[in-house]
Write a protein that binds this ligand. Sequence first.
Ligand code: PMV
Length: 318
Amino acid sequence: MPVIFANAPGKIILFGEHAVVYGQPAIAIPVNQLKATARVMPNPLGQPGDIRIQAPQIQLDASLADLPVDHPIAAAVRLAFQAASINQPPAFTLQISSTIPISGGMGSSAAVSIAILRALTNFFGKPLTADQISALAYTVEEIHHGTPSGIDNNVIAHQKPVVYRRDQPIEFLSVKQPTHWVIGDTGETTPTHETVADVRQHFQANPKRFSTFFEQIGDISRQAQPGLIDGDLPLLGRLMDQNQCLLEKMGVSSPTLEHLIQAARMAGAVGAKLSGGGRGGNMIALAPSENAAEIKAALIDAGAKQVFTTILTKGRES
Ligand code: PMV
């Protein structure tokens, strides 16, 4: 049996984080220059069921049998066995690596699950559709995040810009005009389940105020859709700033995020906001094409630990 490998990209949320957990639409795009990779190497000398999992970046080198059932990597592997109807897997080593920052709001956990699911189901000759992969990755996301909205597994499994709304068919964005985005990593991390839990607590204490925030963010996502298709920078910039303002009121921003957001605006970004769970992780700025390099430099000067640029182009992201 040959070595089989599969990749899955990172992702970034443009509009609608947190509100998406409460049924509002959110927009996310894949970030193809970042990726998780899973490599399945058959071990013809091993006993059936003898499965080794290696993920050096998280210091993991263990037998599958020794990993707890709720270990996200073990869960993804076992879900792949089920999906491919494999009761007695042959011996193999699964190697996992990723260039996606961990806990940075760029979908590293969903991308790792999806790379594993793809690699193993291909290895067993039972490839799955993007929807099937997304549904399985969602169950692993529940282990990581408790109550994920499902946006990460969807955008990463489909590898297309999406408008995502809980329990609704996924919509893809067909972009006519390219837009340039600069992503700055604060280097600080707060697990998404923590910020999601805090927002839930505030929502429960003050349902009227927080429902209004969620609805306003939902409106922003709806208005942003035609703006993204047509590359309407002034509209998108304004909507990003409004979205950031609401996220600040909801308590998920942070001084470091705001410092980078301000630096991007000063360097010519038409709008900027945090992206993902917040209180650290990444911010994203919309750049006039001629300013992207300047904004990138300004973010590095302002202390960003890593900066990525990405272009949202016709029907895909590059
Ligand atoms: O931190 P990330 O990129 O995994 O994004 C979290 C997005 C939230 O809306 C805050 C949570 C969710 O499950 O959608």
